[in-house]
Write a protein that binds this ligand. Structure first.
Ligand SMILES: Nc1nc2c(ncn2[C@@H]2O[C@H](COP(=O)(O)OP(=O)(O)O)[C@@H](O)[C@H]2O)c(=O)[nH]1
Ligand SMILES: [Mg+2]
Length: 334
């Protein structure tokens, strides 16, 4: 990654505008701090804010595919047992990209429906058709409703707290209003850590109990950080139900570690789908080169994939998930 560039500004919003202007909209914010004004002027001047930002990373080349990690798929591909093999995906991109067989079949069906049984002879035209077929199956959700309390759920260590920090930084830096955080305990304590520190640096209050001492304010975003819960564990389900009983009208975002195999990610979504999930977020994508694998979440669920976490940083390394981002590596055979 390129070295970060410092931006000094009077407000977070101004810093963000300068970063966008200089480094483009995909720049990564990797850190920020308040810088007190020097000398006497500190009596009347607000502290400045210094933000470190890096140009967006160049997408890495896909790793060479090894059959043991990817799972083998006999070519040519058939949609279903008993179906005739399809002539589409002559380069095997969907297999090497990590799409599960049932999701490959969905894409092939879309391709055949859109363009017929015979692909264009030109590989570039075929790739463009695949990208189009994929994009058409992207689940577009309604925008995240920040008037409703947002609860991040998922297994321990999936990156919930880190993602919450990134989302806080993003909304505060973008100047989209106030925010409050609840770091709630479950049957296991949710220990103080980076979240409290990071929230304090942003001027965001972290509460430890819902509705005790202070009613949640209705202005600004409300975020809830919970300890990790496993979707297949009945006591975890009960625990989340109790949280939802207290926090009415909340939206749930399921946070998953994208370095896991696709079949495990799908099993995790399925385990949580007894709850109405408003969105999915996938983290640790700096440790996983096959971003196209995330197409399994888009093709195999009706839940919008919203965020991609691509670093440990608490103040940056957050991307909005788009079909283009997930498809780019699949199609780049350079
Ligand atoms: N490389 C990498 N590490 C991450 C990412 N998100 C979180 N982590 C790390 O994963 C570990 C668990 O993260 P945390 O947010 O505490 O997970 P939680 O238990 O779900 O709240 C920590 O060491 C984080 O620094 C990411 O996108 N990339
Ligand atoms: Mg946590």
């Amino acid at each position: 990654m390129n070295p970060p560039v410092p931006f000094l500004a009077a407000s977070a919003g101004e810093a963000l505008r300068a970063i966008e202007e200089k480094l483009g909209p995909d720049a990564l914010v990797v850190g920020m701090r308040k810088v007190p004004a020097k000398g006497l002027s500190r009596l009347w001047r607000k502290p400045l804010i210094e933000v470190l930002a890096s140009p967006p990373p160049r997408l890495a080349k896909p790793e060479p595919q090894t059959p043991d990690r990817r799972g083998t798929q006999a070519r040519p591909l058939a949609k279903d047992e008993g179906d005739l093999p399809t002539a589409w995906d002559s380069e095997g991109l969907l297999t090497t990209g990590g799409l599960l067989p049932e999701n490959q079949a969905k894409v092939i069906e879309e391709l055949e429906g859109l363009y017929g049984l015979t692909p264009p002879g030109d590989p570039a035209a075929e790739r463009a058709a695949i990208a189009n077929a994929l994009r058409r199956q992207w689940t577009v959700g309604s925008p995240q409703d920040l008037r409703r309390t947002q609860i991040l759920i998922g297994p321990p260590g999936s990156g919930k707290t880190t993602l919450l920090c990134k989302l806080l930084a993003k909304s505060i830096l973008a100047g989209t209003g106030k925010a409050e955080v609840w770091r709630l305990d479950g049957s296991a304590p949710n220990v103080a850590g980076l979240l409290d520190l990071h929230a304090a640096s942003l001027g965001v209050t972290v509460h430890r109990h819902w509705g005790i001492g202070k009613e949640p304010s209705l202005e600004g975003a409300r975020w809830v950080d919970l300890p990790g819960l496993e979707g297949r564990d009945p006591s975890a389900i009960g625990e989340l139900r109790r949280v939802l009983d207290k926090i009415s009208g909340a939206e749930l975002i399921l946070v998953l570690n994208g370095a896991y195999e696709a079949s495990l990610l799908m099993a995790q979504v399925e385990a949580w789908s007894r709850f109405p999930l408003a969105g999915l977020a996938v983290t640790h994508l700096d440790e996983e080169s096959r971003w196209s694998k995330m197409w399994n979440l888009a093709l195999g669920t009706q839940i919008p994939l919203r965020y991609l976490g691509i670093s440990r940083s608490v103040s940056g390394g957050l991307l909005e998930a788009t079909p283009e981002l997930l498809t780019r590596r699949l199609l780049s055979r350079e």
